[in-house]
Design a protein around this ligand. Structure first.
Ligand code: S3P
Length: 446
């Protein structure tokens, strides 16, 4: 169902330096998958460090509606008793995913391959996002699209086949959501389901499939791709999950630490999976002072404690093949680029047009509102760095997009005049403690 949210304008003001030691909340991608695998496993999955943002709570609600029994034991600590692959219950009502693209698309893969009827819906942002990319492979696997919004959008109704058909599927765009939906559907199909991707995308679904006992083989394909072969109809066994800190959330205090003069902050145990680390690579190329204090492994993922000190950045060209490893970080990278010396060209950003908002357009408008010179050239975003002084003083339209809101609030901590975003409500989808955490470092956001 679409929600009428009350807009909450939020302002960020230039303050002195940022200092302190923080841990950002659990990774959103891993948290959605933890709930989904908990649902699909036999036995009780215990989760620690779960992101308790609105998006993940929608996925938890959907898992409950499909038969999981879920207990919340304390901050980040959850238990999910699953129904097993093939054991889903038909939900009584609509599965309302709110703003959550990942939750809805992955659950379409799960539900579309089971012999049940499910209705998917979401907020005004989700209702604009393309779902054909998920429906196309599902139809090949035997799912019936009973009804759909214009162009294959939610609200839509799926009816799964008695037994799903395994397929070999080449993803048409680099998308972990498409890959994951097909693999999750493949769990219910006999034989091997294969996904081929030309550019490797985040591999949390593959890691979790193995962790829960599925047989999966992933091999390199071409220069940057993967071929993933899953053996269907496994009995997934409940397994403990430790959710590491979200690098996409860490990106906000990280960039703030770089652009607010004199800052020196420590970000504890951030996931450094190479398929999520494109922003770190890019910022280091720009001259960012980011050092690794310590490294560890949390729940099968590499993590690092990062020390970030304010830095003079220089513009760079970001190659298109890096996009999957930093797809959610371009808005805040564009903010960093505004304070750099020289031009930053971010290439191959077509997928940004179909995120929670059209992020290419939203970033361009926001940068202009702050007095930054920028342009969209084809699928590239070009930002002319100011060399350190950005006017600010504008109001940014967030279009129900949490990352647009957080990016421009980070910007306002270093602009001459404050930056306002028209609505901070959506920040709760991925980083509910964002304002408190930033203000704890010395920011002035409110
Ligand atoms: C996600 C994949 C990405 C990313 C999203 C989370 C995931 O989307 O933008 O925030 O958890 O699989 P695409 O795979 O569609 O690029």
């Amino acid at each position: 169902m679409a929600h009428a949210q009350h807009p909450i304008p939020v302002t960020a003001r230039r303050t002195g330096l940022l200092r302190g030691h923080v841990r950002v909340p659990g990774d959103k991608s891993v948290s959605h998958r933890a709930m989904i695998f908990g649902l699909l496993a036999i036995g009780e999955t215990t989760i620690s460090g779960l992101l308790e943002g609105e998006d993940v709570m929608r996925t938890a609600d959907a898992a409950r509606a499909l038969g999981a029994i879920i207990h919340h034991d304390g901050p980040g600590a959850w238990r999910v008793r699953g129904v097993g692959v093939g054991g889903l219950r038909e939900p009584k009502g609509t599965l309302d995913f709110g703003n959550a693209g990942t939750g809805s698309r992955l659950m379409m893969g799960v539900c579309g391959a089971h012999p049940i009827t499910t209705i998917f819906d979401g907020d005004a942002s989700l209702r604009k996002r393309p779902m054909r990319r998920i429906l196309d492979p599902l139809e090949l696997m035997g799912t019936t699209i009973v009804s759909q919004g214009e162009g294959g959008r939610v609200p839509l109704t799926l009816r799964g086949p008695r037994e799903a058909v395994p397929i070999v599927y080449r993803t048409p765009v680099a998308s972990a959501q498409i890959k994951s939906a097909v693999l999750l559907a493949g769990l219910a199909a006999p034989g091997e389901t294969t996904v081929i991707e030309t550019e490797a995308t985040r591999d949390h679904t593959e890691t979790m499939l193995r962790h829960f006992g599925a047989q999966l083989v992933s091999t390199p394909e071409g220069a940057h791709g993967r071929r993933i072969v899953l053996t269907g109809q496994p009995e997934l066994q409940a397994a403990p999950i430790v959710v590491p800190a979200d690098p996409s959330s860490a990106a906000f205090p990280l960039v703030a630490g770089l652009i607010v003069p004199g800052s020196d902050i420590v970000l504890e145990s951030v996931m450094t999976n190479p398929l999520r680390s494109g922003l770190l690579t890019t910022l280091r190329e720009m001259g960012a002072d980011i050092t690794v204090e310590s490294e560890a492994n949390e729940g099968g993922e590499a993590v690092a404690t990062l020390r970030v000190r304010a830095s003079s950045l220089r513009g760079v060209e970001v190659p298109p093949e890096r996009a999957p490893s930093m797809i959610d970080e371009y808005p805040v990278l564009a903010v960093a680029a505004s304070f750099a010396t020289g031009t930053t060209r971010m290439r191959g950003l077509q997928e940004l047009r179909v995120k929670e908002s059209d992020r290419l357009a939203a970033v361009e408008a926001g940068l202009r509102a702050a007095g930054v010179t920028c342009a969209i050239e084809g699928d590239d975003l070009v930002v002319e760095g100011s060399g350190g002084t950005v006017a600010g003083g504008g109001t940014v339209a967030t279009h129900l997009d949490h990352r647009i809101a957080m990016s421009f609030l980070v910007m306002g901590l270093a602009t001459q005049a404050p930056m306002q975003v028209d609505d901070g409500a959506m920040i709760a989808t991925s980083f509910p403690s964002f304002i408190a955490l930033m203000n704890g470092l010395g920011a002035d956001i409110g």
